[in-house]
Design a protein around this ligand. Structure first.
Ligand code: SAM
Ligand code: ZN
Length: 369
């Protein structure tokens, strides 16, 4: 395996040489490393700087990139695990050379998560994290971070796989990226509340081919019940842009207020806030001094996430324009017009053409062209 040293943030480590011309997923190297996940790792570092944690489990280390960085850049004791022998050799080398304070273990993630406990647990598997969240729910004392790269099942493109993994029904439409995030979050909450633990999303986002959750876990049946209150459904009209939301474990039967069609229930999923404004603000404050390679992208992402309204779905302004057969004004103008009318309106981090608003469809239509 040809190795190269790379620098991310304030850290250095060896990774398998990358073929720049290869399409995603990256190569068939015996140990996995994806340069395009730098922003995901940068955000882990930035968020951890805002949290109170003494130790961190990188449950699926691969090259050890994440754990090495947490050890160097956050001054948190990192335990880097992987089940693959080849990954462990590389992690060991990286630890000795770049982060001697870190600890390395070779174990199935579900085994180490069942035997030991850590302040922060980070699961970053190939594809779905579903098989690991149950053990992680007991293992994480304070925080649980989850990456999912199986966006096709989550977003409804692979419907049956999504239903098997997350026991929820997605809908593959213009806001599927948000539905995917909320289905994963809803699933994580269901895995966690059964242990009488509460869940609070600190900062969750979807980007290109992955979803990333950062959750705070608390204790007590009361807090678990509070988290459960955010489980619910989006009801989407199959004929027009109308949709509504509902909280509760069971879906209601609802009809479109615009055209009368029976609505399609999407979920169960998380219908509460996906991020905390105060956490985003702390991350914004920390960002300039954090020496992160993706600083500019993070700056934009945080600003958009901070403004994003708390509805569980967004409108795509191109889809609306096609539906009403109008040529739209600039998206910023639509948002300004809605705000001038006294409605709340924002862009979304999920898509450049997305709008969230509490305005009824008739008002959106008026503001569109
Ligand atoms: C996507 S990679 C991790 C990438 C890494 N966190 C990073 O940011 O560079 C997934 C890793 O999980 C490991 N893995 C897969 N299943 C596992 C399991 N059940 N227990 C522990 N590690 C596992 C694989 O060997 C692989 O190295
Ligand atoms: Zn309708």
């Amino acid at each position: 395996m040809e190795l190269v040293e790379i620098k991310e943030g304030k850290s250095r480590f060896l990774v398998p040489a990358q073929d720049e011309n290869l399409n995603f997923p990256p190569g068939s190297a015996p140990v996995f490393f994806n340069k395009r996940m730098e922003i995901n790792r940068d955000l882990t570092i930035l968020l951890l700087k805002c949290l109170d944690a003494e130790n961190y489990l990188d449950a699926m280390g691969a090259s050890g990139s994440r754990g090495i960085r947490v050890s160097k850049e956050c001054n948190i004791h990192a335990i880097i695990n992987d089940k693959s022998a080849e990954a462990i050799s590389l992690i060991e080398y990286n630890r000795e050379t770049y982060a001697p304070e870190a600890e390395v273990t070779q174990c199935d993630a579900n085994v180490i998560m069942s035997e030991r406990r850590f302040d922060v647990v980070d699961i970053d598997p190939f594809g779905t994290p579903a098989p690991f969240i149950d053990a992680a729910a007991g293992c994480a004392k304070k925080y649980l971070f989850i990456t999912a790269t199986d966006t096709a099942p989550l977003c409804g493109a692979h419907l049956k796989a999504g239903m098997r993994r997350y026991f929820a029904r997605p809908l593959n439409n213009e806001y599927h990226s948000e539905t995917g995030l909320r289905i994963l979050l809803g699933f994580a909450v269901r895995e966690i509340v059964k242990y009488d633990r509460g869940v609070e999303p600190l900062f969750c986002f979807a980007k290109e081919h992955f979803v990333r959750l950062h959750l705070k876990l608390t204790y007590g049946a009361g807090r678990a019940d509070k988290a459960m209150e955010n489980i619910g459904y989006i009801h989407q009209c199959p004929k027009c842009p109308y949709r509504t939301e509902q909280k509760g474990l069971l879906p209601k039967t609802l009809y479109c207020e615009e055209c009368g069609a029976p609505l399609t229930a999407v979920g169960p999923l998380w219908t509460g806030p996906v991020s905390r404004t105060d956490i985003i603000e702390q991350m914004q404050e920390m960002l300039p001094d954090s020496e992160l390679g993706t600083q500019n992208k993070i700056e934009k992402l945080l600003a958009t996430c901070k403004d994003e309204l708390e509805t569980s779905s967004f409108y795509d302004y191109h889809v609306l324009s096609r539906h009403w057969k109008v040529s739209p004004v600039a998206i910023e103008t639509v948002i300004e017009r809605l705000k001038e009318k006294g409605f709340r309106a924002s862009r979304v981090h999920y898509a450049g053409t997305g709008i969230k608003t509490d305005a009824p469809l008739s008002e959106i239509r008026e503001s569109l062209s």
